[in-house]
Design a protein around this ligand. Structure first.
Ligand SMILES: [Zn+2]
Length: 509
């Protein structure tokens, strides 16, 4: 076990060896290792960088590190992989010896599991030796490959619209047909006179439409127009990376488009959503709907004219005299956003759920397959019987009446069978589409909650809470619908801060 105070050396190495060609650059190793150390609470007392091969003994930085460990300056090393520390039996042996004599208490690698047990030391021996590829296959090889791809500037996913994945060269190239159209869309939008819908219309007129053959939704257009891929960068793992692909448009045009997006975005939010939250909440005292009212205030001293939106009870109850106090839109927005955040699905959970969903879908397809096959066999038997029946009739072995009766009987059976096959095939995946939609909704919630689009917030609040939201004494609360409620009950690693203004919701009944 590592105690937080245990001193570690951080050791990064890359040489010009052929074996090191695929290894992360020193810069990248340092970045990854610092992050890893922070995550694992490893305290680094010195960062050591070496640019020599580890195939032969006698590296100055490595030897210096060993000396310092023998003197007791540190008793742990963190490095990207054991093969960064040693690739020859002498240096490898030295390290193992220091582990045996407990001068080294811990060796930590983000890509390699090590524990000072006989098994761990055996694995380490192999890693230090020549059998690099054997060890690699045991570690997080694919993950590293993906990272490597990212660092090499290759977007590790299907190319966005306007580009093509060239399977032959494993690169991403500009689509000769769609690329120029997309570029024209950027130019058009940069002029500042087009709405997102107009751009969608423009693209549709040139044949660029969604998979379902519809004009693109305006959210998709925003996504295209703000995707840095088109200027030669790409987003991956929450970071922007430099790509190897050819930029479709100049950075200047892209920047202009971002300005227009920002400017137009603002006016849309302001003008399109007055009283956005009406029809969403009920009064917690008298159960009447909550409505909104716009008040304008003029501040004489500063000569400022400010417009406020207040929400309050419609007070239409004939039995209860309601004296609930109004709440400012900004405050209500904050409270509702917190309610939304509490039912958000973190993206890593969403990814896991999607994986599980795919697995389940496959398993259920497999479990249904033999039943369907059985029914199809019955079906072909029936078809044969029908054929025999017809033959018998034609050979005049049976009379017309018997033929008709028997045929009718068989036809009904056939139809029933056909229907049950279709039902079986459909029913195995009835849960798939709703679940997919829900995962996508739930993982979008956090960004909606943090955003400024109140109409969108209302839409998601309705999805998650239905008509369960109540406003009582300026506090919004409500119980989420299933399956959203489950998210709220889950232990939360979601980073939203409770500033004390939020009261826990009443449990759903
Ligand atoms: Zn009321």
């Amino acid at each position: 076990m590592t105690t937080p105070t245990q001193p570690f050396f951080l050791y990064a190495r890359k040489s010009t060896d052929v074996e090191d060609k695929q290894v992360l650059s020193i810069e990248a190793q340092l970045i990854e290792l610092r992050e890893y150390a922070a995550r694992e609470h490893i305290s680094i007392i010195d960062e050591l960088v070496e640019k020599q091969s580890a195939k032969i003994p006698g590296r100055p930085v490595f030897n210096g590190m060993i000396d310092r460990i023998e003197k007791g300056e540190a008793n742990g090393i963190v490095s990207w992989h054991p093969d960064r520390l040693a690739r020859n039996s002498v240096d490898g042996g030295k390290l193992i010896y220091l582990v045996d004599t407990e001068k080294i208490k811990a060796l930590k690698f983000p890509t390699f599991w090590f524990e000072p047990s006989p098994q761990g030391k055996f694995m380490l021996q192999i890693a230090f030796g020549q059998s690099k590829y054997y060890v690699d296959s045991l570690s997080e090889n694919t993950k590293r490959g993906l990272r490597q791809k990212v660092r090499n500037g290759i977007f590790p996913a299907p190319a966005p619209m306007g580009y093509l994945n060239d399977v032959r060269t494993k690169t991403i190239v500009i689509n000769p047909q769609k690329g120029p159209i997309l570029k024209a869309a950027f130019q058009l939008y940069a002029k500042g006179h087009s709405r997102l819908e107009d751009i969608a219309h423009f693209l549709a007129s040139k044949g660029l439409v969604s998979r379902k053959n519809n004009q693109f939704h305006k959210d998709r257009i925003t996504f295209f127009l703000s995707n840095p891929f088109y200027i030669g960068l790409f987003r991956y793992g929450g970071e922007i990376h430099e790509g190897k692909h050819e930029p479709l448009i100049a950075k200047k045009l892209f920047t202009k488009v971002q300005e227009v997006l920002k400017a137009r975005g603002k006016t849309v939010v302001k003008t399109a959503t007055p009283k956005a939250f009406t029809g969403l909440l009920r009064c917690g005292i008298c159960s009447m709907m909550i409505t909104a009212e716009i008040q304008e205030k003029f501040y004489k001293g500063t000569n400022r004219h400010v417009v406020y939106t207040y929400y309050h009870c419609t007070r239409k109850s004939k039995t209860i005299v309601c004296r609930d106090i109004p709440i400012r839109e900004e405050e209500l927005d904050q409270q509702l956003s917190r309610l939304l955040l509490a039912v958000s699905l973190p993206s890593d959970w969403a990814e896991n759920m999607k994986k599980q969903m795919k697995k389940d879908a496959m398993e259920s397809a497999q479990s249904v397959a033999p039943i369907v096959a059985g029914k199809q066999q019955e079906l072909s038997k029936l078809s044969m019987k029908l054929q025999h029946l017809l033959d018998s009739y034609l050979d005049q072995d049976i009379d017309k009446e018997t033929y008709r009766k028997k045929k009718q009987e068989l036809m009904v059976k056939k139809q029933t069978l056909e229907e049950s096959i279709v039902t079986l095939q459909q029913s195995q995946n009835v849960w798939l589409e709703p679940l997919k939609t829900w995962i996508s909704d739930a993982s979008t919630v956090a960004s909606v909650a943090r955003g400024k689009d109140l109409t969108q917030k209302k839409e998601y609040l309705k999805k998650a809470f239905g008509l369960n939201l109540r406003l009582t004494h300026q506090k919004a609360r409500g119980s989420a619908l299933e399956p959203w409620a489950a998210l709220r009950a889950a232990p939360t690693s979601r980073n939203w801060v409770d500033d004390g203004g939020f009261e826990p919701p009443t449990p759903s009944t």
